[in-house]
Design a protein around this ligand. Structure first.
Ligand code: SAH
Length: 367
């Protein structure tokens, strides 16, 4: 007789758990009990969930399990950053990074195995795309990191912020990402405030609209260029969702309140970093509640780009600040373990064969 596949409880947010327990004839508050066992106490053995009846524990072991990705390697950078290489049951692997700062600890979480967007300056793009991560694989990154950093055994909150800025485009894996973020925010799971969970997108406008209604966490947008022609080159998605419409969606997202959208801008020498670009950026963000994060470009093998010089970066930064834009230049962290922005790669079979095409192309270039 075929047995039904078990439900991985990490795939379910509170709503999902309530429906799951309803299917077993159990009341909604079972979801709170189980969330606490998994995310607050770090327990994965149903037998140890002592506030559930013995009968329910036995039925749960029959129909459900709690499966996390496997940690293949953990690296620690000289600056205190951590990077985990995680392997999924199908053999694909992804990376998760923790960045400690004085007043916070930020976990950078991946949403897909690879990415479909092909941004010209990103190493994940060079690897191609394999598949979306499940909700369990997304929230599993937070759970594994919290355990490995000792958060589950002490009272203190080591991971105070989560950014969906690892591999992949989170808004192209919408349902699983939103369910995982619901768990980050749930009082009986990780209990983070909406301010402390940030989703970063290359600019999927319909996804931004949906997110505003479903789970309005902090929004970051990878802008990288102040006008469409250049942005088409750097972020090809811009051809579908150009800057003006993207910024209108950003304004709607934050509404009239005090929130701002963070605009990420990677500094590429001689490409997007002149004084003229800075002034264009100021004009383009006029009227948008914005913060700008300047990101020094992190090189990787086979990239044609280099990072702007510190002087250029400082000059660009100054122009934005003197025009009244809140601007931060991001410190490069974890680059000694390839954990910096755009350096996350993982290992997987690329379904798009982008990598092979690129290698073939570079071979013909050499000949
Ligand atoms: N797809 C989403 C999530 C990825 S976030 C997005 O585009 O926002 C990763 C961030 O790092 C993005 O802002 C991305 O543009 C930036 N990035 C990618 N490659 C980089 C590199 N080589 N150096 C610095 N930043 C990079």
């Amino acid at each position: 007789m075929e047995t039904e596949p078990k439900t991985n409880l990490l795939d379910l947010d509170r709503k999902g758990l309530i429906a799951f327990f309803a299917g077993m004839g159990e009341p909604a508050f079972r979801s709170t009990q189980v969330l606490k066992w998994i995310y607050v106490r770090g327990v994965r053995d149903f037998g140890a969930m002592t506030d559930l009846s013995k009968d329910l524990r036995a039925r749960l072991s029959q129909s459900a399990d709690i499966v996390l990705p496997e940690v293949v390697r953990e690296q620690r950078s000289g600056d205190g950053s951590h990077k985990w290489l995680l392997r999924m049951p199908d053999g694909n692997s992804i990376e998760t990074v923790f960045i400690p700062e004085e007043d916070r600890g930020t976990l950078c979480v991946s949403s897909q195995v690879g990415c479909t967007l092909n941004c010209s300056f990103c190493s994940t793009a060079q690897q191609g795309f394999n598949r979306n991560l499940t909700t369990g694989e997304i929230i599993g990154q937070v759970l594994l990191a919290a355990e490995s950093l000792g958060q589950m055994t002490s009272e203190c909150r080591i991971i105070s912020n989560v950014v969906m800025m690892g591999m992949g485009e989170p808004l192209l894996n919408y349902d699983n990402v939103v369910a995982a973020m619901n768990l980050m925010l749930d009082d009986f799971a990780f209990g983070l405030s909406k301010r402390r969970v940030t989703l970063s997108t290359a600019g999927i406008i319909p996804g931004i609209e949906r997110l505003r209604r479903d789970c309005d966490v902090s929004l970051a947008v990878s802008l990288h260029a102040p006008e469409d022609q250049l942005r088409n080159e750097l972020v090809p998605l811009n051809r579908k969702y150009p800057i003006k419409e993207l910024l209108a969606a950003c304004k709607r997202y934050v509404g009239e309140g005090r929130r701002r959208v963070t605009f990420e801008y990677v500094m590429l020498a001689g490409i997007n970093d002149s004084d003229t670009h800075a002034r264009q950026l100021v004009r383009c963000l006029r009227g948008v509640p914005a913060k700008v994060n300047l990101i020094p470009f992190n090189p990787f093998p086979q990239t044609g780009y280099t990072c702007s010089s510190p002087e250029r970066l400082a000059a660009f930064h100054r122009i934005l600040v003197s025009a009244g834009l809140v601007t931060l230049t991001r410190k490069t962290r974890g680059d000694d373990i390839d954990a910096a922005c755009g350096q996350l790669a993982g290992q997987f079979r690329d379904r798009t064969q982008r990598r092979e095409r690129r290698l073939a192309q570079s071979r013909t270039d050499i000949q």
